[in-house]
Design a protein around this ligand. Structure first.
Ligand code: ZN
Length: 109
């Protein structure tokens, strides 16, 4: 009887979530888990990078910052940048509101 090599590979159980590194879906290329957020608490810097489309974002972190915070910050920043971009393309409707007449205070004496 030959001994059969039993490959007792443990099923990959729930991985312990790395607190300092997380992956998210990219806003730009929409690849799942292509965005990596790395928190460097020592340096106080967070780095977000998409390995697919090479989008990058950097922000400051504090002891309470989580990768998801950086990710949502990035979304906000991207959103703001997009709005800025569209406002550049289309000239902003000139909001030239009439200035109220200056009250002429004749306070001479
Ligand atoms: Zn991307």
């Amino acid at each position: 009887m030959g001994k059969r090599k039993k490959s007792s590979r443990k099923p990959t159980g729930p991985k312990r979530r790395e607190p300092l590194e997380s992956t998210f879906t990219c806003l730009f290329c929409h690849h799942d888990k292509s965005v990596t957020v790395r928190l460097d608490r020592k340096e106080g810097i967070a780095q977000l990078v998409c390995k697919v489309c090479d989008q990058r974002y950097q922000s400051k972190v504090n002891h309470l910052t989580e990768p998801i915070d950086i990710y949502s910050e990035w979304i906000d920043a991207a959103d703001a940048a997009q709005r800025e971009d569209s406002s550049i393309r289309r000239p902003v409707a000139s909001s030239s509101r009439p200035l109220p007449p200056m009250p002429v205070g004749s306070d001479e004496d």
